[in-house]
Design a protein around this ligand. Sequence first.
Ligand code: GLN
Length: 195
Amino acid sequence: MPTIGVLALQGDVREHARMLEEAGATATAVRRPAELDAVDGLVIPGGESTTMWKLAEIFDMLEPLRLRVKEGLPVYGSCAGMIMLADRIEGGVEGQQTIGGIDMTVRRNAFGRQVDSFESDLTFDGQVVHAVFIRAPWVESVGPEVEVLAVAEPGDRIVAVRQGPLLATSFHPELTGDTRVHEYFVSMVNTVREL
Ligand code: GLN
């Protein structure tokens, strides 16, 4: 069984850990570089990307995270986690940095105040998934290496992408009872482990 960490600086860590366990992984909290070294994969939860970025700097985790991503660690980011995996962001606060890794531009709080939170059915990897969006980003543009896995109304915006071992969704599968997105990530992690 793979060991998958959940970055536990801020955000809905427990919900992801529970989904990972249900999807066939051992889940563990990651706050320090040594804990990051010990995992086969990592989930970056939903929460607030500006806070996550600041805490990552305070805990000296930003560079170790960037390094592990460069080395090919499978990482899944949901919502704020998607923002953390973006090479470029729009609507960030002054100086806001990300871990990066996915060649995409992500717009924070993109769906706008009127629709701060909404739910919608969408097709993810050929299957219908009920998606929960909370002050969600969308993906403005992607580079040639990025595979688009899902789009959502309104506007057919890109809300799930994959680039090699990196996966990101604008929505929060950890807040539904549906483990399929986490199962998809666990199988990505298993594929990398078997290489
Ligand atoms: N709006 C938040 C951010 O910019 C993300 C919201 C979420 O993760 N639910 O980080």
